[in-house]
Design a protein around this ligand. Sequence first.
Ligand SMILES: *Cc1c(COP(=O)(O)O)cnc(C)c1O
Length: 258
Amino acid sequence: MEGVMGPTQLKDAYRRVYDRIQAAADKSGRRASDIKMVAVTKYASPDQIRALVEMGHAELGESKIQQLAQRVAMLDEFLARKKTLAGAAPRSSVDDLPEKVRWHMVGHLQRNKVKQTIPLVGLIHSVDSLRLAEEIHNYAARLDTVVDILIQVNPSSEPTKSGVAGPAVVHLADQIDTMMHLRLRGLMTMGPNTDNPEDARQVFARTADIFAELQKEKVGGADCNILSMGMSDDMEIAIEEGANVLRIGRALFGEQAK
Ligand SMILES: *Cc1c(COP(=O)(O)O)cnc(C)c1O
């Protein structure tokens, strides 16, 4: 049975993830600094999340709105408290503390949760229908804001997965491109849930092809530059296939119960 990881183990796990990113980047002739890592906190304890942020990590992800809302509140309070302490003692240990963290919604988003989600996140990875895009757009318009989104792609059209089927992605991207309150930042996909990470390669390669097509057609313009794919078990393959955002949970936080 795995115990809850303490701060030292978290630091080691964090370093190991970055070592893996470096090695995979080297292997494919890419710069590791071009690859960002979103720490998916769905299996993390509040202590682990705070420790990770104290190490300077500022990109966090959640897959469920309820937990997202709790964790945003928890961290806001933590950061505010730290800042107050830092004000009292300028040279304290908070130098690594990010000014702000950015939350990513990586899980399936229901339309009736859009209102609650928008104010909490910097990027929604999981737009998988025109109706969801419209819902986000309408609410963003009311707030007079622009929301950054990715289209979630299901290139192999696996029935058990959400995401837009490969051939429909460019059409949806064109439609989103006309919505003033949405900014299309790129694509997201998930590898198949199998024991062999190599099974993900086709899915990643196909998604990267669609991403290249969007860029060639200039859909979304220069802002459309995010390819979010790769999790704990298949991050190397994702990097080899061109991912520039990874979503990593278990490799950082271990597999303890939710
Ligand atoms: C949980 C989750 C991840 C992280 O998965 P790990 O295998 O724990 O690294 C990434 N993306 C999404 C959408 C998830 O739900």
